[in-house]
Design a binder for this molecule. Structure first.
Ligand SMILES: [Zn+2]
Length: 449
């Protein structure tokens, strides 16, 4: 790894984050609020990061995508892509926040407000690192691209279009790093200390509609199976075992890292599971909840519809399912499996929308090692552990041509703080902003030639 540059981080990161939070870039409220907040945010970045805007090329891709290119010493090498999004989810006016969600209050060692963790804090620490390195006269070994989207939370097109643009230019990123995991405490039962959970894959998603048609008619003489009955039976057949449990390669690796850091039964248990990968899928599936969701394609019926009157047979009934696809699963493959499981030709299975699950990025390659090395500077107490992200991130548009795609924000988020994401009292510790900046600085400095 190259020698680290002498950098005096610019003070005031918390004030800069506070100003970002004050701009309500709520993508779901674009119609009501208009594009002005998003334009104001782009202008704010120009003001807060002058060197970045002077030395990096900036392209605006769609109305909500920003792509920066920091030319490296060897621009023919595959670049690093650092991602974040600057839109936020809405604030429920009936929620009782300690400080107004868009005030950006700095108090008690925290910056409070919507977006502090998701994802303006993570965006800020990338820009802080770039700005500080530029001030020190540093140039990265290879190109560093910054990909910032303004409609991640509404599944908008910014990141997808940036990804398509880069792909069209023949660019194949050496590493992609987006949101997803974080530095957390107690990621599994029995585990002591903190761990940096680095997402090496993310589950896919599919919205599927089951529907059946009936004859209609009067409810006094019902047929053996009405449209409602058929749909209900189909939903009932989709038990948790519909999809076979399979453990990503990251799981035994994760357990092997956790075993020596566990107390009590955890130590032998995780060691055993780590050495018997085929057991993991079954053991996790049997645990249920989050552990099961890690190894299995899950099916959640979310809506039911049918009928027009209390005494009329429905001519159509439907159920909507929300599927989260385990690694390696495709939308089409999942739909096929549902059809087979339901085993009723009168029930149509229609995919409304979906994204395949990601492939698994290596946790034993130079990219993961670089993340771990940067972490040993920023969060020396935390071990870097590969895992699978449950939620979708913008990086899903990159993994098809960027095999080293990781989902991790270098900020400490304990369980209570993680619950504030998309919730109430979202906040980030001021000291974590310095650590996040250091992480990205070490990552950029450590890029190989
Ligand atoms: Zn986010």
């Amino acid at each position: 790894m190259a020698a680290n540059v002498d950098v005096a981080p610019r003070p005031g990161a918390e004030t800069r984050l506070s100003r970002m939070i004050r701009i309500p870039t709520v993508s779901a409220e674009l119609d009501e609020r208009g594009p002005q907040p998003f334009e104001a945010f782009v202008a704010l970045l120009e003001e807060l990061y002058p060197l970045t805007h002077e030395h990096l090329e900036r392209e605006r891709i769609t109305d909500f995508g920003l792509l920066f290119r920091w030319p490296g010493r060897n621009s023919s090498a595959d670049p690093a892509v650092l991602m974040a999004h600057y839109d936020v989810v809405p604030v429920d006016p009936s929620d009782d926040w300690r400080f107004p969600a868009f005030e950006g209050r700095i108090e008690g060692g925290y910056v409070h407000g919507r977006g502090a963790l998701d994802d303006k804090g993570p965006l800020l620490v990338v820009l802080e690192a770039v700005e500080n390195l530029l001030a020190a006269g540093f140039a990265p070994a290879r190109d560093v691209l910054l990909s910032f989207g303004g409609n991640e939370e509404t599944f908008g097109a910014a990141a997808r279009t940036i990804s398509d643009t880069l792909h069209g230019r023949g660019i194949r990123p050496w590493i992609v790093l987006d949101e997803g995991g974080a530095v957390t405490d107690a990621p599994l039962p029995f585990v002591t200390g903190t761990a940096a959970m680095v997402g090496v894959g993310e589950k896919g998603i599919a919205t599927v509609r089951l529907s059946a048609r009936g004859e209609g008619g009067h409810a006094s003489v019902p047929p053996e199976l009405t449209a409602v009955g058929r749909v209900a039976r189909a939903v009932n057949r989709l038990t948790p075992g519909t999809f076979r449990a399979r453990a990503p390669r990251a799981i035994p690796r994760m357990l092997g890292l956790f075993a020596p850091r566990s107390r009590g039964i955890g130590r032998p248990l995780y060691r055993l599971l780590a050495s018997w990968p085929w057991l993991n899928a079954r053991a996790f599936a049997a645990l249920g909840g989050e552990a099961a969701a890690l190894v299995r394609t899950t099916i959640a019926p979310t809506r039911l519809a049918g009928g027009t009157a209390n005494n009329v047979l429905p001519s159509e009934a439907s159920a909507t399912l929300n599927l989260r696809l385990a690694l390696g699963e495709t939308v089409e493959g999942a739909a096929q499996r549902l059809r087979r499981r339901i085993g009723d030709d009168a029930v149509s299975v229609e995919v409304l929308e979906g994204n395949d699950a990601s492939p698994e990025s290596p946790s034993d390659g130079p990219q993961f090692a670089l993340i771990a090395a940067a972490l040993s500077a920023s969060h020396p107490e935390a071990v870097a552990v590969p895992y699978v992200t449950m939620a979708a991130t913008d990086s899903r548009y990159f993994h098809r041509y960027a095999p080293a795609t990781y989902r991790f924000a270098p900020l400490m988020m304990n369980a209570e703080q993680r619950a504030t994401i998309h919730g109430v009292d979202e906040r980030v510790e001021v000291s974590e902003l310095a650590r996040g900046e250091l992480f990205h600085r070490r990552l950029i400095e450590g890029l190989p030639a």
